[in-house]
Design a protein around this ligand. Structure first.
Ligand SMILES: [Zn+2]
Length: 249
C-alpha cells in the first residue's frame, strides 16, 4: 500500500485541484472504515497524505472542514486494537492532535478585514454569482456557501434552479419523475435529499486512477504510464475499488 501511495504520488496529488477530490475520497474511506485493517507502515503512509491535506488547508484556506472531518475520523479509528506497537499508536495520536491544532488555527478572513478598495466575489453581478453557485456539485458545499453570507443564502434559497440543477446532475429523469410523483409539492431541495437517500450521489472526478488492461499498472488518467504495449485499453478505478486493491497489496 505504501508503495502504491508512493508511486502514484498521492501526497503531492493533494495539491492538484484535479486530483484532490479523488484522493480525499480514498482517504475518507480508509479513515472511516479501514484504519483497523491497516499495518503500522500503511497507517504511517496514510498519515503522510493527511499531513499534506492539512498543509494545503492551512496554507491555502481550502477544504478546512473536510480536513477536520478526516482528522477526527482517523483519531477515532486509532482507538482500540490496532496492528503495530502501542507506542507507535500513541505517536500517531499525538501527531493527529497537533494536526488538529494546526487546522483549528485556520480562520477564514472575515469580510470586514478585507481591503475595502479591492474587488471581492460579492462585487460580481448577481447573475455571475448564480452561475458559480450552479457549478457546485454537492449539497454540502451548497449548504456551507449559503451559510457563509446572507447574499449567498438568499441567492441559493430563493433560486430553486440551483437545487434543480443539482438534482438533474446527480439523478436520471426516471428517478426524478418517480420521486416527484410520490409527492406533488416536493421542492427541488427536498427532491435532492430524497433521491440522495434512495440512490446515493453520482461520483465525478476531474482525474481518476486507471488500471492498464495489459500490464496492470495503476496510473492517473491525465498522466498515463509507460506501457510495454502502448495504447492498451485501461479501466477506470473508483476510490472504493482503489481502496479494496490497496488492502490486497
Ligand atoms: Zn500498461
Amino acid at each position: 500500500m505504501s508503495e502504491a501511495f508512493h508511486r502514484l504520488d498521492l501526497a503531492r496529488a493533494v495539491s492538484d485541484i484535479r486530483r484532490f477530490s479523488y484522493v480525499c475520497k480514498v482517504v475518507s474511506i480508509l479513515v472511516e472504515e479501514k484504519v483497523r485493517n491497516l499495518s503500522a507502515t500503511a497507517r504511517k503512509s496514510l498519515l503522510s497524505i493527511i499531513t499534506a491535506i492539512v498543509i494545503r488547508a492551512s496554507e491555502e484556506d481550502l477544504d478546512v472542514s473536510t480536513t477536520r472531518r478526516l482528522l477526527n475520523a482517523f483519531n477515532d479509528g486509532l482507538e482500540g486494537h490496532l496492528y503495530g506497537s502501542p507506542q507507535l499508536t500513541v505517536k500517531h495520536q499525538m501527531r493527529v492532535g497537533s494536526l488538529l491544532d494546526a487546522v483549528s488555527s485556520v480562520h477564514p478572513q472575515p469580510l470586514d478585514e478585507i481591503d475595502n478598495n479591492g474587488i471581492t466575489f460579492l462585487d460580481l453581478p448577481r447573475e455571475l454569482i448564480s452561475l458559480v453557485m450552479n457549478r457546485l456539485s454537492d449539497s454540502d458545499s451548497l449548504i456551507q456557501v449559503s451559510k457563509s453570507h446572507i447574499i449567498f443564502g438568499n441567492l441559493i434559497n430563493s433560486e430553486m434552479t440551483t437545487w434543480k440543477k443539482l438534482v438533474l446532475f446527480h439523478f436520471s429523469l426516471p428517478q426524478i419523475e418517480m420521486a416527484r410523483k410520490k409527492k406533488d409539492s416536493m421542492s427541488w431541495r427536498e427532491t435532492f435529499f430524497y433521491l440522495r437517500k434512495m440512490h446515493g450521489l453520482r461520483e465525478v472526478y476531474a482525474d481518476v486512477i486507471h488500471i492498464c488492461c495489459h500490464c496492470k499498472a495503476l496510473f492517473w488518467s491525465t498522466i498515463g504510464h509507460p506501457c510495454i504495449r502502448p495504447s492498451s485499453p485501461s479501466v477506470r478505478v473508483t476510490p472504493r475499488q482503489f481502496v479494496d486493491m490497496l488492502l490486497f497489496l
